[in-house]
Design a protein around this ligand. Sequence first.
Ligand SMILES: NC(=O)c1ccc[n+]([C@@H]2O[C@H](COP(=O)([O-])OP(=O)(O)OC[C@H]3O[C@@H](n4cnc5c(N)ncnc54)[C@H](O)[C@@H]3O)[C@@H](O)[C@H]2O)c1
Length: 331
Amino acid sequence: MTVSILVAGGAGYIGSHVCKALAAAGYQPVTLDNLTTGRRDFVKFGPLVEASVADGEVVAATVARYGIQAVIDLAGSIEVAESVKDPLKYYENNFAVKIPFLRALHMAGVKAVVFSSTAAVYGEPVAVPIAESHPLLPKNPYGQSKLAYEHLLRDFHAAGGPSWMALRYFNAAGASFDGDIGECHEPESHLLPLACMAQLGTGPALSIFGNDYPTPDKTAVRDYIHVLDLASAHVLAVEALLKGAASGSYNLGNGIGTSIGEVLAAFERLGLPVPHSFKPRRAGDSSQLVADSAAAKKALGWQPAYADIELIIRSAHQWHLSQLQAKASAV
Ligand SMILES: NC(=O)c1ccc[n+]([C@@H]2O[C@H](COP(=O)([O-])OP(=O)(O)OC[C@H]3O[C@@H](n4cnc5c(N)ncnc54)[C@H](O)[C@@H]3O)[C@@H](O)[C@H]2O)c1
């Protein structure tokens, strides 16, 4: 019998890639999504239940209807800068709504939860690369709300709740190589999609926030991880928990620090120059975030397959180009 996995936030960028990977591995992904930022047309690998995770009745009915065995929870609000301006939204949607969600899952007998956490739980690094033992000092309400949910999962598990894994992603990037799903946020704030849109002329020139960071070329350094590599880690994490693995938090990154300047140079090498300008730093941004993912590799047997930044950029750009072409042919 096919094992069904509930994917909260499965209509989003990373969630839809997770659903695709689950389906390819033989599972039935059941998306639970309120479509606030997700896209209905990204839900193509299993059924969609359109609701908030806060709706305990729908959650319980969905678990019963599909015989859900485990949950991957990617639902949430994701903009660091917005979280600084509107912290209530972030504590509400990344933390408060998870209380009725976890209660409903537990009552319905769900034994395992994998959760999308973030490198933002570390704040400004005191050591790079960042291991899970690094101090947890988020610089913004987004990171705080994610860390609060990790603590909720830990404390609830200690009291008999589901086992859990928090996967702390560094910078998710890239798109499916077959071009069926890709990165699209509304409003967009992520570097690669903004750079692709600037390059294609479908968005304004790229704004680079900060060229006075203590990094070699003074722009912020991030660890870009292909969304397909993130997706494969989720499948492994669910399988590990269902086999009785211990709960815990794991970094997911390539361990390669790439500055914004280096990302733009890679676009150039691919023949895709990106118009850009420099702006002051944004509140809440760290200077460099680079992962030590040794623990995830050991615990999950995970290995990223698409670490090359040019490969990541090419897949992202291809998807944005296909969106543009689809729009043009629809006119
Ligand atoms: N994109 C990154 O680089 C990155 C990095 C670290 C962590 N994350 C985390 O990964 C997760 C997915 O990010 P993404 O980039 O795919 O964002 P996304 O906005 O594309 O996906 C989030 C999805 O959650 C849904 N959602 C939001 N609130 C909901 C609610 N209350 N109930 C049901 N559905 C809800 C949205 O409709 C959307 O489909 C988020 O939790 C984010 O914090 C992302």
